[in-house]
Design a protein. Structure first.
Length: 174
C-alpha cells in the first residue's frame, strides 16, 4: 500500500495507470479480434422442406439440411425459428434451441459418438416439429448461432454471433 500511495502522488502515477489500462484492455481486445478472425462461424442452410412428421410426432415437421463448422473449443447455442413473411406485426415462432461444443459430449467433446475433425465442416439433417398452432403461410426459416469461446484459461471470453441467410418455406398444404 505504501508503494501504491507513493506512485499515486507522483505526476507519472496517473500516466502510468492510463498506459497500463490502455495496454491491458487493448491487448485483450486485439486477442479477441484475432480469435474471431481465425474462428469460422458461417453456417449454411441448404434446404428446408415441410414433411409429414415421423411416427409418434404427429402433424407436420421441417427437415433442414445444415452445414456448419465444428464448434471446436467453443460452446455453440443454435436457435431455429420461423419468421412470418407478412405485413403488420412481426411474428416469430421458435422451433428449437440446441447447445453443443466442447464438454457436451461423451468422448473427447464429441456428441453422440461422432468424432469431429478440426477445420472440417459438419453436415447434418435436423427434423423439427412444427406446432399445429402455426398458421399456414409463407415464412422465412432463420438459423442463428451464438458461439461462446474462452481463451487463456477463461480469462478472455469472446462471443461470436452468426445468422445464416434466411430460407423461404411454405407451411401448409401445397
Amino acid at each position: 500500500m505504501t508503494v501504491l500511495r507513493a506512485t499515486w502522488r507522483t505526476p507519472l502515477g496517473w500516466m502510468a495507470m492510463g498506459i497500463t489500462l490502455l495496454l491491458t484492455w487493448g491487448g485483450l481486445w486485439a486477442v479477441g479480434l484475432s480469435f474471431q478472425k481465425i474462428q469460422p462461424v458461417e453456417s449454411l442452410v441448404s434446404n428446408v422442406e415441410l414433411i409429414e412428421a415421423p411416427a409418434g410426432m404427429g402433424g407436420r415437421a421441417l427437415q433442414v439440411d445444415v452445414t456448419t463448422p465444428a464448434p471446436g473449443s467453443c460452446v455453440r447455442m443454435t436457435t431455429a425459428f420461423l419468421h412470418e413473411d407478412a405485413p403488420g406485426v412481426l411474428t416469430y415462432y421458435l422451433l428449437g434451441t440446441t447447445f453443443n461444443g466442447s464438454g457436451f459430449g461423451a468422448r473427447r467433446g464429441s456428441p453422440f459418438g461422432m468424432e469431429t475433425v478440426p477445420g472440417r465442416p459438419l453436415s447434418f439433417v435436423v427434423v423439427m416439429s412444427v406446432p399445429p398452432s402455426i398458421p399456414d403461410g409463407k415464412y422465412q426459416f432463420i438459423y442463428r448461432n451464438l458461439y461462446t469461446c474462452q481463451m487463456l484459461a477463461g480469462l478472455v471470453v469472446w462471443r461470436i454471433q452468426y445468422e445464416a441467410p434466411p430460407v423461404t418455406v411454405w407451411v401448409g398444404p401445397h
